[in-house]
Design a protein around this ligand. Structure first.
Ligand code: ACO
Length: 322
């Protein structure tokens, strides 16, 4: 059996850190409200002019350094983002150029906050079907560019950043003791468009701002996330009890806690970074993987389940042994 195994992991966060208290100057909000309702304490924002592909390339270089590989070893780049630099070309091809690669192929995946899970599932499929040996899977976002800074119910929740994994084809035995991706589970349901969307885009000729009915999103999130995590575990012949680390999309600590409770897992087995990063959409899971590894939480051989939900709605989960 061919497995898509994590060979390296890295991240990049822009220098500018904004604490909750900064929003008190311009909005009717408070540090206490933001912490209590979301778990967020601070977030990073990209510098003026800094782009998604710039942050993505930095995260990719960190993942390559962690793996001991070079850009010449990479066959494909899949970049999950909803905030690409330009309408086209893809931000992934910009990363490819930045890394000095002239071979292989690169493309973006757009599934909002579920983007990294979608990208990981696609990279896995390319590897197990024998089309490529090494794929950089990146999540990178500049959500600060689509915030309505007068809307306190959204602009305090999001942040910018990037994270990346290098996945590599390796021979496995075919059982769940193998390292690498063990199962994937993806879903979307376009009927829920209006509860989380950006009110602009190319064919409507504007950039737009993020609009969200937070309570409605919350209502869907816990149930769908627990269901998809359980489905992915089931496909691999595993249950929640086999999991060393849940690495959830970092949107809101209450969603993360609710999902862990539904999976029957204590918070000691959940990687949490939302307090420091806010919601970085498709970047949040690779950021949490990289930070979790750097903290010494996630170790080689650990069984992980990642899960995410976002605009669409689109959601899904990936089970992998680190
Ligand atoms: N500061 C102070 N008060 C606020 C703020 C703020 N920043 N934002 C909203 N409020 C007010 C509201 O106006 C409301 O006031 P009202 O009762 O007078 O109308 C009150 O606080 C309660 O608002 P709710 O929306 O009911 O608060 P809730 O407990 O649901 O928390 C939150 C809001 C944090 C948005 C929550 O619903 C949530 O996290 N939902 C999920 C959103 C999410 O995770 N989205 C991302 C997932 S997908 C993706 O990542 C793109």
């Amino acid at each position: 059996t061919t497995r898509a195994v994590v060979a390296g992991c890295g991240h990049y966060l822009p220098d500018r850190i904004v604490e909750n208290a900064e929003f008190e100057k311009t909005l009717d909000t408070s540090d206490e409200w933001i912490r209590a309702r979301s778990g967020i304490e601070r977030r990073h924002f990209a510098a003026d002019g800094q782009t998604t592909s710039d942050m993505a390339a930095r995260a990719a270089r960190a993942a390559l350094a962690d793996s001991g590989r070079t850009p010449a070893d990479v066959d494909a780049i899949i970049l999950a983002t909803s905030t690409a630099d330009l309408t086209f070309p893809s931000a992934a091809t910009m990363v490819q150029a930045e890394l000095g690669m002239t071979g292989g192929f690169a493309f973006d995946v757009q599934a909002v906050c579920a983007g990294f899970v979608y990208a990981l599932a696609n990279a896995h499929a390319l590897i197990v079907s024998g089309q490529v040996n090494r794929v950089l899977v990146i999540g990178a976002e500049t959500f600060s560019r689509i915030m309505d800074w007068t809307d306190r119910s959204t602009c305090v929740l999001f942040g910018d950043g990037a994270g990346a994994l290098l996945l590599e084809a390796q021979a496995g035995t075919g059982d769940v003791s193998d390292r690498g991706v063990l199962s994937t589970d993806l879903h979307s349901d376009g009927r829920h468009r209006d509860i989380l969307y950006v009110d602009g885009g190319v064919s409507t000729q504007s950039t737009g701002h993020l609009r969200m009915q937070g309570r409605e999103v919350f209502r869907h999130a816990v149930e769908k996330l627990a269901d998809t995590a359980e489905a992915a575990l089931g496909k691999a012949g595993l249950t929640g009890q086999d999991v060393d680390w849940v690495v959830p999309h970092q949107a809101n600590i209450r969603i993360i806690q609710g999902t862990a409770r539904k999976l029957g897992l204590p918070m000691e087995r959940v990687v949490v970074t939302v307090q420091d990063h806010g919601n970085t959409s498709a970047a949040s899971i690779p950021l949490a993987l990289s930070v979790g590894q750097a903290r010494g939480q996630i170790r080689k051989g650990d069984l992980l389940v990642t899960e995410a939900i976002g605009g669409g709605l689109a959601w899904g989960a990936v089970v992998l042994r680190w």
